[in-house]
Design a protein around this ligand. Structure first.
Ligand code: SF4
Length: 418
């Protein structure tokens, strides 16, 4: 096979590289250039899935693997399978072992190292499953794990215990029991379809599930969590969009972590979904060496808005087994938000959250903008570090005082710099 040169120049100056990452680029045919794949095959989701990179020998046909990666591939197979679609594989920089795309999908030996506090089920989902495959932890909403398969596998996946079929646990969703549970639990108004990736189902299978859910009158709101628009944009066909648009209100959360993931093909897929009336949000995971710097995150969130996707959550990486090499400090996430909030469009700023270990749910974590709060006043600082006082109306006071608009104090030096 002829290996074509990926479109990245590793020694490029940092800022120039950021500019490039912000551009929408098609990377096809990339590593497949020598095979002259006809466009209709390349653009076919089934072909993409059949031609995924799944083995060490396939990887080594294209990439110069490091020892950490080679050993990772050899030893991680009993934990989470290796699979990368040709579309996504083309985003990998052949010569850069620190490439932010390969860190996400190519196993490393560090995956086999486990810290004491790491867990197989860090969000405590298994203990909240009244029916196999249905997680009911919050009063009015459920998580419906409809499949264990994904288009490609993320090495940091929080459900790696069940996803891909390689790990120790198997997902055995009982669809009929889940539908019966939802029919009788009238307090549930919101169903999130996830897995694995629900958009790997055929159109017909997906429609069967959606129509069955829509037949339950108290279900107000349906959501799909999917990384298919990013890993396999070829799956977002007009026919699929025509099905999805029949089940509104239907929202979708996609999952992109790095600006390079938003290619020409991905943007077109996201636009098809948006044109079908599906409100789109993005959930990113904060990953060391992938997106743990403000400039990369800024490029990502700006590109998401251009794709009509609202950045929704930025997750602190869960304490999943073997993920320490990808984990950042919580302080890093706060620093990134601090560098975005006020400095760019508010719609672009995701909420940084820590999913509380053991099943406490998502906890929003923010920079400290409230410096002091009493019954009389709140002391606030803005994104430039300037400090303002907002007088509280006081209990029973008919006329609220006007907020003070002038800064009260000069910014503290360390905040002014941020
Ligand atoms: S797409 Fe989602 S469920 Fe699938 S491996 Fe990645 S993080 Fe896990």
């Amino acid at each position: 096979m002829i290996v074509c040169r990926p479109p990245f120049v590793p020694e490029m100056h940092h800022h120039r590289k950021q500019d490039l990452e912000k551009a929408f680029v098609s990377h096809a045919p990339g590593y497949w250039a020598g095979q002259s794949i006809p466009a209709d095959l390349w653009n076919d989701a089934t072909w993409q899935l059949k031609n995924r990179i799944t083995s060490l020998s396939q990887l080594e046909q294209h990439l110069h693997l490091t020892d950490e990666e080679r050993n990772g591939v050899l030893l991680s197979g009993t934990k989470l399978a290796l699979a990368v679609t040709p579309h996504f594989f083309n985003l990998i920089d052949r010569d850069d072992p620190d490439c932010p795309i390969r860190r996400q999908v190519i196993p490393r030996i560090e995956e086999t190292w486990t810290d004491d506090y790491e867990m197989a089920d860090p969000c405590g989902e298994d203990s909240h499953m009244p029916v196999p495959g249905l997680v009911h932890r919050y009063p009015d909403r459920v998580l419906f794990l409809v499949t264990d398969r994904c288009a490609s596998y993320c090495r940091y996946c929080t459900r790696s215990r069940v996803v891909s079929g390689a790990g120790e646990q198997e997902l055995e969703t009982d669809f009929e029991a889940a539908f019966r549970y939802l029919e009788t639990h009238t307090e549930v108004r919101d169903v999130l379809l996830s897995g694995g990736d629900p958009l790997l189902f055929s159109d017909r299978r997906l429609e069967t599930i959606l129509s069955r859910l829509r037949a339950i009158p108290h279900l107000e709101f349906l959501r799909i969590g999917s990384r298919v628009p990013i890993f396999l944009p070829q799956r977002i066909t007009p026919a699929l969009c025509d099905i999805l648009r029949r089940y509104h209100p239907l929202f979708m959360s996609v999952h992109a972590n790095h600006p390079r993931e938003l290619t020409v093909e991905v943007r077109a897929a996201l636009e098809r979904l948006a044109d079908a009336g599906i409100p789109l949000g993005n959930q990113s995971v904060l990953l060391r060496g992938v997106n743990d710097d403000p400039e990369t995150m800024r490029a990502l969130i700006h590109k998401l808005l251009m794709c009509r996707v609202r950045p929704y959550y930025l997750y602190q990486l869960d304490l999943i087994r073997g993920s320490r090499h990808l984990r950042t400090s919580v302080a890093k996430g706060i620093e990134i938000i601090e560098n975005l909030r006020g400095h760019t469009t508010g719609y672009a700023i995701p909420q940084f959250v820590v999913d509380a270990p053991g099943g406490g749910g998502k906890i929003p974590v923010n920079p400290d903008y409230v410096l002091q709060r009493t019954d009389e006043r709140v002391l606030l600082r803005n994104y430039e570090g300037r400090i303002f006082e907002y007088p509280e109306p006081g209990s029973g006071s008919p006329a609220a005082p006007q907020p003070r608009l002038e800064p009260l104090l000069e910014p503290a030096a360390h905040l002014a710099a941020g």
